[in-house]
Design a protein around this ligand. Sequence first.
Ligand code: CTP
Ligand code: CA
Length: 226
Amino acid sequence: ALAVVTPKDLLGRRIVVTAGGTREPLDPVRYIGNRSSGKQGLAIAVGAAARGATVTLVGANLEVHAAASDDLHVVHVSTTLELEAAVTAAAAEADVVVMAAAVADYRPESVAPAKIKKDVQGDTLQLTLVKNPDILAGLAGARRDGQVIVGFAAETVDDREQLLALGRAKIARKGADYLVLNRVGWTEGFATESNSIIVVNSAGDIVSEASGTKTSVAARILDLLT
Ligand code: CTP
Ligand code: CA
């Protein structure tokens, strides 16, 4: 009989993965969020644990269930500042950090202590948002010797060359070691079962390309870390 054996080629590596999308509260019942389901990040975390790594998954409002185990520790967060605190703490002990989470770029300057009411607001509601910290850039700036930092970039462009140009500029700005690029749109990327990615390194070179299920794409990303 044939047995499919998962190689333990990440044995002993300590990997932190963020997944999902952060939410920024407006009042006790409302938030600003995004459409990330967390599936791609979860697939990376599960795949890494199966290959022998010790994984911490920092999940932001995951729409998928993450089953914790001895090799997969799960920390649940919601806002960007919570995600920053959790991933920064976990990164101090990690060989690899994978920032697959979709992080809210801005948050409301103030959170209303009670539900915002229409009769008080009238016909328009103006929100003031302030920029969130760039967690990935912060992690890359604080990188320990030998630590590998992987970012993601979801872009709404059609053209491959445009996608690569955006990715090369972005990895240079962030200081990460790898950037996983994918196209997203109204129907692609989010909450789907499949994905299509191009990975560039800090020099801007293409180091991997993969399409298929989020599990198979996760495996190709993890290959870069062996
Ligand atoms: N990221 C982060 N902190 C933020 C925003 C993004 O750590 N405040 C991370 C994401 O987790 C991802 C990478 O940075 O790994 C790229 O995110 P992206 O939204 O594509 O880049 P931005 O720098 O926010 O640029 P923009 O959204 O304007 O394209
Ligand atoms: Ca962004």
